[in-house]
Design a protein around this ligand. Sequence first.
Ligand code: AMP
Length: 298
Amino acid sequence: MIVVVGSVALDKVKTPFGQVDEMLGGSATHFACAASFFTKVGLVAVVGSDFPDEHIDFLTARGVDLSGLETQDGQTFRWEGYYEYDLNQAHTIDTQLNVFESFKPKLPENYKDTEFLFLANIDPDLQQAVLSQVNDDVFSVCDTMNYWISSKPGSLTDLIKKVNLCLMNDSEAREFCQTFSMLESARKLIALGPEAVILKKGEHGALLFTDATHFAAPAFPIEEIKDPTGAGDSFAGGFLGHLAKTGDLSEPNIRKAIIYGSVMASFNVEGFGAQRLVSLTNDEIESRFDLFRSITCF
Ligand code: AMP
């Protein structure tokens, strides 16, 4: 099982290919949907009383355990953003934390002995509050975004010191580490504590760094992109989903997990929000994984 804490949101998104309002989104949502193709996921988050039942039904149908999802009086987290032709760059118009402002996560008992924990993009204080409730042997991975890098850098640094693996976008790593170099960013992040760092570069792939090695994976080239929102979280869902499914944390398997992450991100961007995952099948995931091997083998 993987436990995830992060945002469950209603998004308003505009891309060069269309726009959608009040769409199911959030970092924990995109992660849980992608990871649910590999393993059981327990979701820790809060929504407001305005959160539509159909979204609860969708997550339940994907097999996501919602016993850690609270409903509070008030409005659900909302994010509004847009993309221009450079789809790697999300421009935030508005972030309304709403019920997340007063959220005090309390993990269900059966989540506390989880082997895998994903601290998806949300307030680093909340990420730490969840990390402190699970067992010490957990394999923990964190993600973040520029919003938290600029508003809570100290708390984010404390979090990174405690996790096994840190995920970040290239531009976020540059901002957080105050350097242009990806290599130096990775070194600075590893010096804080994590054994490994994955730097995501959107349509240009992802880089894995440990003290001893480096692995570079391209992104899968797709025909038709609609909306990059959630690509990073679906990458994390495929990545950690594969690790949890196999229980193998060896480096060759971590490389394989990065390819599963890239496969899930490539499906996610083919539709708005999590729409593409509604019809996605395990066979489609496996055949894209095989195709990925053939385009990267030389
Ligand atoms: P990604 O495109 O994978 O980086 O994540 C997109 C999701 O992150 C969207 O569905 C948003 O609802 C959510 N999001 C945007 N800003 C924040 C924030 N400051 N904290 C938590 N989640 C956010």
